[in-house]
Design a binder for this molecule. Structure first.
Ligand code: FES
Ligand SMILES: [Fe+2]
Length: 441
């Protein structure tokens, strides 16, 4: 048994440090897939990815290849991408439209969009007297145990028991509220397609970096400085540099001490929020035009509440990192102990003027895409971390920064004033990890 090959996991996680094997041991990775990714709510995609009946999108949940598919009745189903006959994957493409039903390419068994068997060629003559036939559920495509969506964001759990999606999300649901509320029509729409990046590092290294306020002004310093120099030159020449330069120069101008003024809020299940908005609410004509549309849609009071939400980043453990004010998210798909796929998506605010979308697209390209130096800076660290942790140069990873300054209120850990660079989010994630990994089954 896998469990028996792994020594006592509680010895791997201490309040201020974690053993390196947590990132590098292939057996621990397998157990993580069983106990975390294939049990909890994992983000599949947005409903607008599959607008028409028969539209499907392939998605990985833990080690399982899954399909998110729109049914003729409008519902979104999540199915294992596997034919019940001899195991053929039903869809080899990443996305497409399956028509009125799925048809296996091997021997033409067909299935409804909810996975139910539709037909088997010459079923009566071929299967008379056997266990196979229309009434046997084993002849249908297997469904994810549970599927729920919140404001158009579809999640699936491969475990039939556990909390509802909203109970699981808790306060982290603000990621979707903040994103959708910023749309005059109260909804977002996905922009097809996403960037995909395969990182040569463990999945937890990526997640730990998302709310690591200590790293941006160091890791991205050279990128920020170069952008800052050009921004100043343009300002000198024309009086005003495009806002896109600010998106990059902030990495140099927001120094470590300023990041300490931000705050992280750490919730049950490993979810965390980093407050602060990097000053991206300028008073330029595009923003003012957007504000006007929003005030018309919501009224002044509600508008102020919506744009006043002070979030930089929401991490929904163990698979999602959301930057709601800029309509971006990154979904984390572990592929192996040292290989992690991230899908990088962005969204349109329905009803918002086009320049607001262009701003989101600029951030997507400049900060989150594989083409940007910001992403490259991070990827290099992730790979180097994984290499270092694979060595015998030390046994522990430290998460001790500002330990002892955490303020706990009703199960929520807030960082104290002036402690924005605390490693509380990493401590919180590892606390959830240990709970999931050692829970009685
Ligand atoms: S494997 Fe799908 S019909 Fe045979
Ligand atoms: Fe970074």
């Amino acid at each position: 048994m896998l469990q028996e090959r792994i020594p006592d996991l509680t010895k791997y996680v201490e309040p201020d440090r974690v053993r390196r094997e947590v990132y590098t041991d292939a057996d621990i990775f397998e157990l993580e897939m069983q106990r975390i990714h294939e049990r909890v709510w994992i983000y599949c995609g947005h409903e607008s990815q599959v607008p028409r009946a028969g539209d499907y999108y392939a998605v990985q949940i833990g080690r399982q290849p899954m399909l998110m598919v729109r049914g003729a009745d409008g519902s979104v189903n999540v199915l294992y991408n596997r034919c019940p006959h001899r195991g053929n994957m039903m869809c080899g493409d990443r996305h497409g439209n399956t028509g009125d039903f799925f048809r296996c390419s091997y021997h033409a068994w067909t299935f409804h969009h909810d996975g139910r068997l539709k037909s088997i060629p010459m079923m009566e003559s071929g299967y008379a007297g056997t266990r196979y036939g229309r009434d046997n559920p084993d002849c249908s495509m297997k469904r994810a145990a549970r599927v729920e969506s919140y404001r158009g964001f579809v999640f699936a759990s491969l475990s039939s028991d556990g909390e509802s999606l909203l109970e699981f999300l808790g306060e982290s649901k603000v990621a979707f509220d903040d994103m959708c509320d910023r749309a005059p029509e109260g909804e977002v729409e996905i922009v097809p397609n996403c960037f995909r990046v395969i990182q040569h590092s463990n999945w937890k290294i990526f997640l730990e970096n998302q709310l690591d306020a200590l790293h941006p002004s160091v890791t991205h310093q050279s990128t920020g400085r170069a952008a800052h120099d050009v921004e100043k030159l343009i300002e000198k020449k024309t009086g005003k540099a495009p806002i896109s330069y600010h998106m990059l120069s902030a990495f140099a101008t927001v120094t470590i001490d300023k990041w300490d003024n931000f705050q992280t809020l750490n919730y049950p299940h490993g979810h965390c929020i980093l407050t602060g908005y990097m000053g991206l609410r300028p008073q330029d004509p595009d923003t003012l035009a957007y504000d006007k549309v929003m005030i018309k849609a919501y009224g002044q009071k509600r508008f102020e509440e919506i744009v006043g939400v002070n979030i930089h980043h929401v991490l929904i453990y163990p698979g999602l990192s959301v930057q709601s004010p800029l309509q971006q998210l990154r979904a984390v798909r572990p592929l192996g102990v040292d290989r992690t796929l991230t899908e990088i998506w962005h969204f349109r605010l329905k009803g918002a003027p086009e320049p607001i979308y262009r701003r989101s697209l600029a951030y997507y390209n400049l900060v989150n895409s594989p083409a940007t130096l910001v992403n490259a800076d991070d990827l290099e660290n992730f790979w180097k971390c994984h290499k270092g942790l694979s060595s015998e140069g030390g046994d522990w990873v430290s998460f001790a920064r500002h330990l002892g300054h955490d303020i706990e209120k009703n199960g929520v850990v807030e960082t104290a004033a002036g402690c924005g660079t605390s490693e509380a989010p990493m401590r919180n994630q590892m606390k959830a990890w240990a709970q999931y990994m050692t829970a009685e089954k």
